[in-house]
Ligand binder design. Sequence first.
Ligand code: CBF
Length: 818
Amino acid sequence: MMNAKELKKAIEDNVKVLYRKTIDEASKEQVFYALSYAIKDTIIDEWIATHKAYDAQDAKILYYLSMEFLIGRALGNNIINLGARKEVAEVMEELGFDLTDIEDQESDPALGNGGLGRLAACFLDSLATLNYPAYGCGIRYRYGMFKQKIDNGYQKEVPDNWIKNGYPFEIKRSEYSYIVKFGGNVRVENLNGKEKFIHENYGSVRAIPYDMPVLGYENGMVNTLRIWDAEAITNFSLEQFDKGDYQKALEQENLAKTLVEVLYPNDNHYAGKELRLKQQYFFISASLQRALDKFKENHSDIHDLPKKVVFQLNDTHPTVAIPELMRLLLDEEGLSWDDAWKITTECMAYTNHTIMAEALEKWPIDLFKSLLPRVYQIVDEINRRFVEQIRARYPHNFAEKEKNMAILYNGQVRMAYMAIVAGFSVNGVARLHTEILKNQELKDFYEMMPDKFNNKTNGITQRRFLVHANPLLTDWITKKLGTDKFITDLPLLAGLKDYLDDETALAEFMEIKYQNKLRLVKYIKEHNGIDIDPNSIFDVQVKRLHEYKRQLLNILHVMYLYNKLKNDENFDMYPRTFIFGAKAAAGYRRAKQTIKLINSVADVINNDKSIDGKIKVVFIEDYKVSSAEIIFAAADVSEQISTASKEASGTGNMKFMLNGAPTIGTMDGANVEIVEEVGKENAFIFGLSSDEVIAFEKNHNYDPVSIFNNDSEIRTVLMQLVNGFYSPENTEEFREIYDSLLKSHGHDRADTYFILKDFRSYAQAHEDVDKAYRDKKRWAKMALTQTANVGKFSSDRTIEEYVKDIWHLSKLRLDNAK
Ligand code: CBF
């Protein structure tokens, strides 16, 4: 890292060169670019050195293949990982700027939807910090996740062109571009007794990588996030522009334009669009071609590939990597099927992130075949061979097993099944989730190939979600522990347990929470125009809007509390601010109605002076990584209330915990392990267990209507959905939500997510929160208990487990790199 004087000069020079201005004339945005380029300059040498070390040490490399990398802003994080936060802040101050203001100028690269994309970003941070050689491979979407506007309570989606002004941390690497082909047909030629598959009449695009540096924490390691852009291939001469060629040129131009235009904004739900499959094949083919070429630069025998390369499939989205690697090995490298299959199955590992049926990708065979004719032939052959294995193993119940496991079935390509058949490892993302995979969802596979299955409980990076998000707490912990080593060794936070009964320390801890609440109060005032009371309990649910995550349960409970305040003079509650932040997929009707409901409830309650500010409801517009950092640090209570069995893990739950917010939640996903770490007495657990949910689902014996009939308070809340209480201009506004709780629809039972069933125990858990919070000392201890016990949930731990059990990477030594 340059010293203060050099940095100052670099920033001033950059402002001059980029904008022909002196620093005092520059806007904050211009200073952001100038500083970012200066930081990039300091990174470059280490970036080069890291990649030289890859080669010099003949390192095994992980390719983390993911449609999503929700990286969030880079500038602040890079400065932290360079260990230069204080120095850079001082230089900025000398230049007359506040570093946080400058960081706010960066657009938030939202190249992902939610959990799975953010997990990928945390993993990259940990891989670099732990010195493991890795590439993240993804897509450079021109428009990432949309920006959310709230208009009269409704979500409106606004495109987010995050790269319109250029992104300072990326480098275009045209020298590593590859051609990716779509459509056409395959002709088979017989060459000296060997079949040759010739792909013809296809359309093609050029894939061009952009590299972003991924810095380890203060270790000189810089890995790469490689995201692919598409360009039309324009290398034919003008004379050849007869009509046909011109048409083709236009088509290719169009294909290139649309291919990487936009991220599909669906979380835990697969849309089944042809363009999505094109996107998948596009970035996979390019990434694999490059990985093979890179391997061949230093190795002569392709059979050694598994010794040097491992591909992790982040959910089913990149699964086309399996037949694509087979294609490259068979058609380009000329290997036999058996050799190619051996290599492929030793290189590919698969992570499952959900059991939600609608999220498991299946492609219509006709679509798959016409888009990827050669790849399809390979899938067909993989399936044929696997079905033979099923037949041999299960001669007596073959039909049933084929139905449950074949890759091609009922006119569909079942991508998850292909990943399981070909992957050498299949992992879930929290213990409960992995058990459900093994015993329910993927039972037949587990029975047939038990050794592949393993659990890797998710984690989060403390560099972003503590050091960057919560500098006050970071400094306090450093003082208390007498070291900042927890930045790379999170279990050291257990040392804070010494302070659990220290009243001064607890008061300091809660004062930091208060300061962070003030920061959020300011953010909400600026962004939502709402005043909230920093002395109220900040009760927060921020995550994607999905029925299974049950934001609806939360808001119905708010309605219930409001009724109590209005109608029951003996009822009292500690002032509470219910904070929501969530984006709904653009086409997800029920989710959007829930956003409208939250905002309508907020309108009524926030404007009712008679309740004396006891309840406030805030919906934070455009929830994203940068606002998340401010929100986690300020939360008192963490809402993790999914229907048990539905949330694979959750990672927000860990971020709240890290920042000292106890969980109110169900025994779902990683909540189970959080409760194990903090103790049941330090969490507010309610609701059905996953076994109970699964049993109700199997036996079809849940009856929400009887709850409605027998519980008058619940009935009143539900009636308010349809009597205009929250929607005087349109009493039908929330009719669908009401119906969803009480009426069956097609295959869906009423109240699919057991909201009414869990309502009473949820209300009880909230009463317990209220009681616990009133006892300031008890609460402070409970809050500190969260932070002190969060060690397990660092993504550093998760990555070490992946390395040990799946990837088998060695740490890169950087001393001999240069
Ligand atoms: O594993 C990371 C996260 O992935 C999801 O967001 C997903 O997209 N499938 C899950 O819903 C989360 O539970 C999980 O933490």
